[in-house]
Write a protein that binds this ligand. Structure first.
Ligand code: HEM
Length: 180
């Protein structure tokens, strides 16, 4: 994972649980906490930090990963508003994840390995995304989608089927806009 992701995890923990908690997690993981945004770090290091956080705070790792996605969206918006601003609604934005957003992300962060999000637009209010990644971070994707829904001020439902964690080859994320 790119250092920007490690730095955003630090930002989330410091703002929501306090700097002492982040220092304690770094100590337990034997990490310095100094990450360069554009450098690449082993995924295992991020996952280890999440698992220590989860144990220390009694929060299931899946819930932490979802919350991290919710935190990431506004953080990305703050850094790269132009990538997000030129979409009128969440489904148009999500539809462009593979073809535009993550393509731009790889330009900004050379060497970034972004997931596959194949879109299948079912109707004006419904989009099916096929999420494929060896990292199987579908809960992060769900959190990011939730952050996007808040940004675009949509009420929505998300149906997650199938799921790679249950042995499927991919995750299906069906996003339905209920109200704008
Ligand atoms: C709701 C919209 C988005 C979703 C659902 C999404 C989903 C994801 C997921 C699940 C990952 C983890 C990697 C993996 O699964 O293999 C990821 C990585 C990443 N995404 Fe997105 N993303 C979204 C929007 C954005 C935006 C707007 C930006 C920045 C402007 C961005 C930048 C990144 C970066 C920097 C990584 C890390 C790649 C790496 O470390 O190699 N994403 N994204």
């Amino acid at each position: 994972m790119k250092g920007i992701v490690m730095n955003l995890l630090a930002e989330m923990v410091e703002s929501q649980l306090g700097i002492e908690e982040w220092d304690a997690v770094l100590d337990a993981a034997d990490e310095s906490g100094v990450y360069t945004s554009t450098a690449i770090y082993e995924d295992a290091r991020l996952l280890n930090l999440v698992s220590i956080l989860s144990e220390r705070n009694g929060i299931p790792a899946n819930d932490l990963v979802f919350a991290f996605g919710q935190f990431m969206f506004p953080a990305f918006y703050q850094r790269y508003p132009s990538l997000i601003e030129n979409h009128d609604n969440m489904l148009d934005f999500l539809e462009s994840l593979d073809s535009v957003i993550h393509v731009e992300v790889v330009k900004l962060y050379p060497g970034a390995i972004t997931p596959g999000f194949e879109p299948d637009r079912k109707s004006a209010t419904q989009l099916f995304l096929k999420y494929e990644s060896e990292r199987n971070l579908c809960r992060l994707a769900e959190g990011l989608i939730d952050g996007a829904a808040k940004h675009f001020q949509h009420e929505y439902t998300l149906t997650h089927a199938p799921c790679a964690h249950d042995g499927a080859d991919y995750c299906g994320l069906l996003v339905d806009i209920v109200a704008a």
